[in-house]
Design a protein around this ligand. Sequence first.
Ligand SMILES: NC(=O)c1ccc[n+]([C@@H]2O[C@H](COP(=O)([O-])OP(=O)(O)OC[C@H]3O[C@@H](n4cnc5c(N)ncnc54)[C@H](O)[C@@H]3O)[C@@H](O)[C@H]2O)c1
Ligand SMILES: N[C@H](CO)Cc1c[nH]c[nH+]1
Ligand SMILES: [Zn+2]
Length: 434
Amino acid sequence: MIRLDTLQDDFDKALNRLTGWEESMDVTVEQRVRAILEAVRLRGDAAVLEYTRQFDHLDAGALAELSLPAGKLQEALEGLPAADRDALEQAARRIRVYHEKQVAQSWEYTEANGTRLGQRVTPLNRVGIYVPGGKAAYPSSVLMNAIPARVAGVNEIIMVVPAPGGQLNPLVLAAAALAGVDRVFTIGGAQAVAALAYGTESIPAVDKIVGPGNIYVATAKRMVFGRVGIDMIAGPSEILVISDGQTDPDWLAMDLLSQAEHDEDAQSILISWDASCLDRVAAAVEKLLPTLERESIARKAWEQRGALVRVRDAQEACAIADRIAPEHLELSVEDPDALLPKLHNAGAIFMGRYTAEAIGDYVAGPNHVLPTAGSARFSSPLGVYDFQKRSSIIFASPQGADELGRLARRLAEGEGLTAHARSAAYRVRDADGR
Ligand SMILES: NC(=O)c1ccc[n+]([C@@H]2O[C@H](COP(=O)([O-])OP(=O)(O)OC[C@H]3O[C@@H](n4cnc5c(N)ncnc54)[C@H](O)[C@@H]3O)[C@@H](O)[C@H]2O)c1
Ligand SMILES: N[C@H](CO)Cc1c[nH]c[nH+]1
Ligand SMILES: [Zn+2]
């Protein structure tokens, strides 16, 4: 963990070192991912099987063996303890209700000359959803990925999830049944992203890949963008807490650790203008770390990428948070609404002391697939809009063709594009279509 103070001389440099980790990222990650993508592109199923053996210690003779039949998903749902099923169903319902508000509708308007202009919204045809599974199982990510896709009306949802050593949490399968996933392959990492992007003998290429993952997954998605759509860079988790020093330090420490326990690459930052708050939370983190099941992951993340930042006031805290653009931003202060107008860059904002980031991870309703690594400056949470696309609609009446054709011809001539000018002019009354 690093301690920073905005009053120190090298504050800017230190903050950049802390958060600009993509630039300092081991170049071998990029090289390794590139090699995996290329192997899958050229050798399809065989390469996917090799990497699955290597990274997930899962041996299969053919990729078909890594495809889960729908019956198995339903069986998992029916076999859940009642309390688990109830929690999953309540989460699914809340996520669906929230996302239904995001549905965009087609629209159209008509001009006086009969020209009609509009935008047609249609769902994507086939999407790939990545559900992480290397260090932990994420049934919640199944719901967060698949429900907005279903709400948008996507035709086919193909899910990939690694099953290290062949182990798969039944909640993951049950969530897939509940959310209406069409096909599941137990593959993960860059090889799964490549299979979805390029297609293999057994896995059809998709139109877009969405979902969170570790640095290998996030890098692979970035590299296949263009060949397929992607939602965003949703890499290792991040939390930034702004505290006024009045929240129980154990609460704050556990909020920081909740994201640290995801991954050694996760990031947890606390910002406060109350120096004693930083000390109390630092002590609470040390006290609570040994109580975690995933202590070693959380400790590594806290040691490598954790930070306690002292600022002069709330205004400065917001300016720094905006600069970091964290995935999750907790405003653990008396009046979070007063800070909101000063904040622009964050995947999700958790308002007030009682709003633990963890409820957003599971049940609040908004999506937990969120931009990381500063990409909240230009990306949004995963949503129904990621699964819808828009086509412009243009209908010209004879009178509209006449009026707009004259203008278009003029502008086309200005560009020296004769065919454009004549194409428009053919529909202009009394024009000779020169
Ligand atoms: N930003 C978000 O919205 C969000 C949401 C949920 C989870 N997450 C993040 O998702 C991640 C989940 O990570 P995970 O590791 O548990 O699961 P994962 O499924 O993302 O990664 C596991 C895969 O990584 C690949 N891999 C591991 N080591 C490798 C190596 N040395 N070389 C090449 N490939 C390798 C393997 O193929 C393996 O199948 C965490 O970082 C978590 O913080 C982010
Ligand atoms: N915090 C993660 C997003 O960074 C989502 C998650 C799923 N399960 C627990 N947490
Ligand atoms: Zn989490």
